[in-house]
Design a protein around this ligand. Structure first.
Ligand code: SF4
Length: 380
């Protein structure tokens, strides 16, 4: 297939749905639904946008994972961003979604309204251009996201280093996908049978970093793309593994994801970053070796070391969500968005109380955007 329409072809979709139903009726338990986690918020978005979830048999249940970069930011990390932006002389740069994530005091957008120089950019290179034009100001780029965005921030830092720029730094909040998956797999509250793995992350890391999921936890995993036929084919591949008693890492997205990943991107990541001993994630707590920090060799470009931070994550969990906001439970996949008391009442995309309502990739925003309010009404 070469064109977008072909990845959305209704006739092929119907055939795949029929195949999934056939396999599910002959090979899966009719009482215990198979629980499949789509790790990535982009997949959640596609599932709702094209109504895929409602086409699946009753004995297949999708569990929405934490794979949305802004959603896993703890409130205290947003507070750190605001504290950096409030420092005199700082220009704080970030993507649009991150500006709206609430902290305990305020969001970056509110900090901007209060007079801080917070600017929306489309890439870290835009932030570097601002640094070149403003040599008397410190320009900080908020580096966040899974492995998908790590190469671009690493390469931007290396470019700043080559140019000898003294006024550019990263506030590094990147996260690694395999360590986050391991934390999910060890969560005693969550029963999972298999994974749809993120296509964009896998484009960078390749297929092998997921080997532990099948080897150590005996859960099948299929790397998948973002079009409706990608998701349906990946679900069919996953159900087929169950039907045939196999447990393997398979790559549905082979047109984009090389087995060994992106060698140049991985090299830049290894040059600039190392894992952190302590890092706090919204809903998931402290996950060892999942957070990423800038290596000592590039400390001159590390905003944490250059500008200091009010919160010390190494001292333990800080900045938890208020009790009535259930973002943590939704992120861990143990609660559906419509079960949160704030969903579609006090929390909506115009006034998000939690990060999951901010980005279109957040599961609460996806449920809200694609009419899953009705499901909530059915249950109350
Ligand atoms: S509805 Fe709002 S407060 Fe509740 S879980 Fe979703 S984002 Fe968090």
């Amino acid at each position: 297939m070469k064109y977008m329409d072909e990845f959305r072809d209704p006739a092929t979709a119907k055939k795949l749905v029929a195949e999934i139903h056939k396999l599910a009726s002959t090979s899966l338990s009719q009482r215990e639904p198979l629980q499949i986690m789509e790790f990535c918020g982009g997949h959640t978005h596609t599932l709702f946008k094209y109504g895929i979830e409602s086409m699946l048999p009753d004995n297949i249940e999708m569990v929405h994972g934490p794979g949305c970069p802004v959603c896993v930011l703890p409130m205290a990390r947003v507070d750190d961003c605001v504290a950096i932006a409030e420092q005199p002389g700082v220009i704080f740069t970030t993507f649009g979604d991150a500006m709206r994530v609430p902290g305990t005091r305020k969001s970056l957008l509110q900090a901007k309204a209060d007079g801080c120089d917070v600017r929306m950019v489309y890439s870290p290179m835009d932030a570097l251009a601002i640094a070149r034009k403003n040599p008397e100001r410190e320009v900080v780029f908020f580096a966040l996201g899974f492995e998908t965005t790590m190469p671009s921030t690493a390469l931007t830092l290396l470019q700043a280093h080559r140019e000898g720029l003294q006024n550019f730094s990263l506030f590094c909040n990147h996260i690694t996908t395999p360590a986050t998956m391991r934390a999910i797999l060890t969560d005693p509250d969550l029963r999972l049978d298999g994974f749809l793995a993120p296509g964009h992350v896998s484009m960078v890391i390749g297929a092998h970093p997921y080997d532990f999921v099948t080897r150590d936890y005996h859960k099948p995993l299929v790397i998948t793309g973002f079009e409706p036929l990608d998701i349906l084919q990946a679900l069919w591949m996953l159900v087929k593994q169950f039907a045939e008693g196999r447990c393997e890492v398979e790559n549905q997205y082979a047109r984009i994801v090389p087995e060994a990943g992106n060698v140049a991107g991985l090299k830049a990541i290894a040059e600039v970053y190392e894992t952190r001993e302590h890092s706090e994630f919204r809903g998931l707590g402290n996950i060892g070796d999942a957070g990423i920090q800038i290596r000592e060799a590039y400390a001159a470009y590390d905003a944490e070391k250059k500008l200091g931070l009010p919160f010390d994550f190494a001292q333990g969990a800080v900045g938890y969500d208020p009790e009535h906001l259930k973002c943590a439970d939704v992120l861990r996949g143990v609660m559906k968005p419509w079960e949160c008391p704030a969903f579609a009442k006090t929390c909506n995309p115009q006034n998000p109380l939690g990060a999951l309502m901010v980005s279109p990739e957040g599961s609460c925003a996806a449920y809200y955007a694609y009419g899953k309010l009705a499901k909530r009404k059915e249950t109350v």
